[in-house]
Design a binder for this molecule. Sequence first.
Ligand SMILES: [Ca+2]
Ligand SMILES: [Ca+2]
Ligand SMILES: [Ca+2]
Length: 398
Amino acid sequence: MHRITISALFLLALVLLPTSGITAEQMASVRLWCESLHFSQGTYSGDTLDLTTIDGVPNGELAPYYDGKSLVSTFILDYSGMLIYGTILVGLPTFADNDRDGFDDFYDSSQPVYATTSGNYETAVSSGTVTATWNRGPQSKDGNCVLSLVDSIYGALGSFSHNFELLEYTGPLYYTSGQTTVSNRFLLTKTGSPEQQFIGRFVLTKNTVDRFNHLKLPSGTWTNTALGDVGVLETEIVRELPWPTNYYGYVDFVDGDPRTAAPDYSYWTISIDDLNDNNKNGIPDFSDDPTAIRAPRLAITLDGESLKLQIEGEIGRTNLLQESSSLLLGFWNNVSSLVLTNNSQTISLPPHKKIASGESSCSENADENFVGSNSCRGDSGNNGWAPGRQGGGDGESR
Ligand SMILES: [Ca+2]
Ligand SMILES: [Ca+2]
Ligand SMILES: [Ca+2]
C-alpha cells in the first residue's frame, strides 16, 4: 500500500465524496401483516360467539390453518345461557390480487374484501356447517364477518355478526447494504392506530450462491411499543419475479402478543419494497453488490516555485482537498473541492504552503478513516385443528 509521504509543515489529504451514496443508509418501505385476524365477540339475538386460540379470556384470534386455505380457532358459544365449546374452521376467500403486488388482497388494508366462504365446526356432541360473509372496505383494517352456524342435530344456531381487524404495520426500513450482509433498522406504524409501533434492527446475510434473491433473517427481538418485546425466529427473505423490487418472507414470532402468556398471533408476513437501483441493473440496492468507489491516485510535482497536484480518478466525483498541520491533532481543514471532468487533472496548490517534497499516491483501497493519517480517503468498496404455517405454496401466487 502506498501512501502520501509528504514531510512538511502542512499535510494534505484528498477526500473522495461517495456521490453515488451506495454505502450510505438508504430507505425501503415495509408492510408487515399478521395471518391471524382479531375477531371481536359475535352477537345474534342475545346469544354470543367468542373465538380464541388460548385458554382463559378469549383472545379473538382466528388463526391460519396449515392448509393455507382456511382459518381456525376454538369457540365458546353462549346459546340461551348454555355454554358450548368447539372448534371452527372457516374458509379464506379465493385469492385476489387486484393491485398486482403478488400478495392476497385479503390481508391488505388498501384493498377491499367482499366474499362468502364456507366452513365447518365440531363440538363434543355434534357438528355443523359454517357460512362466513366477509365485508371490509378499501383503505380499512376493520371489517365485518357474519358466521352462520347450522348444526347437524339442532339446526340453525344463529348468524353471529363479528367485527374483525386486520393486524398490519407499515413504515420505512433504513438499510446499509454490504458485500455479504444488509444492516437494517425499521420503524413501523400500525394501520389505524398510529400510536402503536413496531421497531427493531436486524442484519440480513446474503445467500452465498444467490445473494441477490435470498437473504437470511436471524432470530432476534423486536419491540412492539404497545405489546412489548417479541422474539422473532430465523427466516428467509426472498426476491421473486415478477416483482423485482420486492423482498418478502414469513416471519414467525415466538409470541406475537406477549400480553397473554400463551403464544398467539404468531404467524406474519413481511414485504420489503426497494425502488433504489443506483446502477440501473434491475437489482435493487438492497441486495445488489455495493458499488465500489475507486480511490483517486495522486502525484505532486514542483514547477518552479509552484506545486502541482495531479489527480487521477472517476469523472464526476467530488474530491475535497484538505490540510492539517499535524498528524497528531487529527483535525483537517478543507482547502478546496474539485469535481473531476477528466480522468486526470492537475491543480496548483495554494502558494503559501511550503511543502518540501511529495511522492507516490493513495492506494486503490485507500484507508477510509483518513483523519490523523496522511493518506487519501476513498470508499473501501466496501394436524389437526391447530393453527400452523403451511409448508408449500398457499393461496398466494408467490
Ligand atoms: Ca395484492
Ligand atoms: Ca401471547
Ligand atoms: Ca442495482
